[in-house]
Design a protein around this ligand. Structure first.
Ligand SMILES: NC(=O)c1ccc[n+]([C@@H]2O[C@H](COP(=O)([O-])OP(=O)(O)OC[C@H]3O[C@@H](n4cnc5c(N)ncnc54)[C@H](OP(=O)(O)O)[C@@H]3O)[C@@H](O)[C@H]2O)c1
Length: 242
């Protein structure tokens, strides 16, 4: 049985990823934090559709000093890990309090890296371990009003490129899927009214991404045939920005 730890499974992209990966035969550890009811609903749905696979909820806060214990203590074998959790903050950097900087760093970078570190041995045992971080186009071309967020996403790309070289000989690939503008609640406030139309005209593909556009690439990267692609940031942005 192939198992993936899917972090951020309560989020818009995470929910699409869960359905896509389950349809591809994956059993799932589904991590969430404040919205666990969404995971319990999803588990019920997936258990009915895919009775031969396992779907296990995991609750963990990534904004704390030790995010590893609640994850590691509840995992058995794991072949892949996808980090689709993430938070942002809209304000000028000059106005951002230090605790905002700390929080984005913990949730978006420090916790996924520590969890990665703790799972390396398990991922190596499979001979084809997979690690995917959700980055952003803003990690490649930073956004005003989201300077801290842009920094965290750029950090994931830099880390993936370097760490991929450490673990390639163990059969583990490490990549970043970096979406452009996805039609999700994370963007709802920013894209109210005319702003949505304005943004859409800037995107060469002529529309925002659907969460499934992102989930597709996660499925591809997790396949055994994707073994030779590692250390990369793949921009799923409809040609927008980078
Ligand atoms: N949406 C976009 O347009 C877009 C574009 C580029 C990149 N991305 C990236 O893609 C990823 C998924 O985005 P999304 O739109 O699906 O986001 P979302 O719907 O806002 O979901 C965010 C996820 O992060 C989790 N999370 C938040 N704080 C946490 C904490 N303290 N500890 C543990 N988990 C926490 C949430 O869990 P709970 O709700 O259970 O607390 C939720 O599962 C993020 O990394 C985001 O930066 C998104």
């Amino acid at each position: 049985m192939k198992r993936v730890l899917l972090c951020g499974a309560t989020g818009a992209i995470g929910q699409a990823a869960a359905r896509t990966l389950a349809a591809a035969g994956w059993s799932l550890y589904l991590q969430g934090w404040q919205h666990m009811a969404r995971i319990h609903d999803l588990v019920r749905e997936l258990q009915i559709r895919y009775p031969q696979q396992e779907f296990l909820p995991l609750q963990a806060d990534f904004s704390v000093a030790d995010p590893v214990t609640p994850i590691k203590d509840n995992l058995f074998g794991v072949d892949a890990v996808v980090f689709s959790q993430g938070i942002t903050d809209y304000e000028l950097f000059v106005d951002a309090p230090a605790d905002v900087l700390d929080r984005l760093w913990l949730v978006n970078v420090r916790s996924p890296l520590l969890i990665t570190q703790s799972l390396q041995e398990k991922l190596a045992q499979t001979g084809h371990g997979r690690i995917v971080y959700l980055g952003s186009v803003y990690g490649g071309q930073g956004s005003a009003m989201e300077a801290i967020y842009s920094m965290t996403k750029g950090a994931l790309s830099a880390f993936a490129q370097a760490y991929a070289r450490e673990v390639a000989s163990l059969g583990i690939t490490v990549n970043v899927i970096a979406p452009g503008a996805v039609d999700t609640p994370m963007n709802a406030a920013m894209l109210a009214g005319a702003a949505r139309e304005e943004l859409t005209t800037e995107i060469p593909a002529g529309r925002l991404a659907a969460p499934q556009d992102v989930a597709y690439w996660l499925r591809v990267l997790l396949a055994p045939e994707a073994q030779y692609l590692t250390g990369q940031t793949i921009y799923v942005s409809g040609g927008w920005l980078v």
